[in-house]
Design a protein around this ligand. Structure first.
Ligand code: GLP
Length: 240
């Protein structure tokens, strides 16, 4: 695990975008899984600029969705997919057949999980997964207590996740479950980037990186990944 702290959120975002672009230059058919949430937004803007100025080409990549609130889809403001389409897939003109995203409105969510597991396996695994970290140490929607051995699954959201998740919506929105890639996908990905920004993430980053590896703190598993980068801005790194 390589940990690096950048002076600012901008520096963190630019570095992350350059790294992802480099990987795509090396492997234009890469299978990528990129988190939504606030943290990677500026990274996405940099990626769009790099693509629009001809410095990288995503037209042969496959994008796998990381997670979604059950009952929500790309057309719903506040969903995970909504932000990805708004900030990345839309501006990059990604062809829908390059995107594999959970249908979190499906009446058969276990089948959605199997479909997603199969999509990843068919492509030979994830080349790169970019994740954020929740206030309780969740990764994607793998909440504390989730087995490290799961592939895609439906999760019961923790109370803090429901509360913090309101920031993505313009009005109070009841959330109870998520559909998410599992930590086994994270561990099997060829490369992992965990990004964190802001002082509110400093304590959970310290616990995840310097505490025991435990299912009680899902992000701690990153300590065991052979090719993991943890990239922070100065505020998120203050407790290390
Ligand atoms: N489901 C998302 C995660 O995929 C995200 O990475 C994390 C951090 O979000 P943010 O970047 O907004 O802090 O929590 C959310 O609940």
């Amino acid at each position: 695990m390589q940990v690096q702290t950048f002076a600012s959120y901008e520096d963190l975002s630019q570095h992350t975008a350059e790294h992802i672009a480099n990987r795509v230059r090396q492997k234009p058919t890469a299978t990528l899984c990129l988190a939504s949430g606030e943290t990677p937004i500026s990274t996405f803007h940099h990626l769009v600029t790099l693509a629009q100025t001809g410095q990288v080409d995503f037209s042969q990549c496959t994008f796998i969705g990381l997670d979604e609130w059950v009952g929500f889809g790309p057309e719903d403001e506040g969903s995970c997919a909504y932000y990805l389409f708004r900030d990345l897939f839309g501006p990059l003109n990604i062809n829908p057949n390059q995107i594999h995203y959970f249908n979190a409105k499906s009446i058969d969510l276990p089948a959605e999980c199997l479909r997603t597991d199969a999509a990843i396996a068919e492509r030979g695994g994830l080349d790169l997964i970019l994740v954020g970290i929740g206030m309780n140490g969740h990764i994607a929607l793998n909440e504390p207590g989730t087995s490290f051995n799961l592939y895609a699954h439906v999760s019961e959201l923790a109370e803090v996740t429901v509360q913090v998740g309101q920031k993505y919506f313009t009005q109070a929105t009841p959330l109870s479950k998520g559909i998410t890639l599992g930590l086994r996908h994270l561990m099997e990905a060829r490369e992992v980037i965990l990004m964190a920004s802001g002082s509110r993430k400093a304590a959970v980053i310290r616990h995840a990186l310097q505490g025991p590896v435990t299912e009680d703190l899902p992000a701690s598993i990153i300590q065991q990944h052979p090719s993991a980068h943890v990239w922070l801005d100065a505020e998120a790194g203050t407790q290390l």
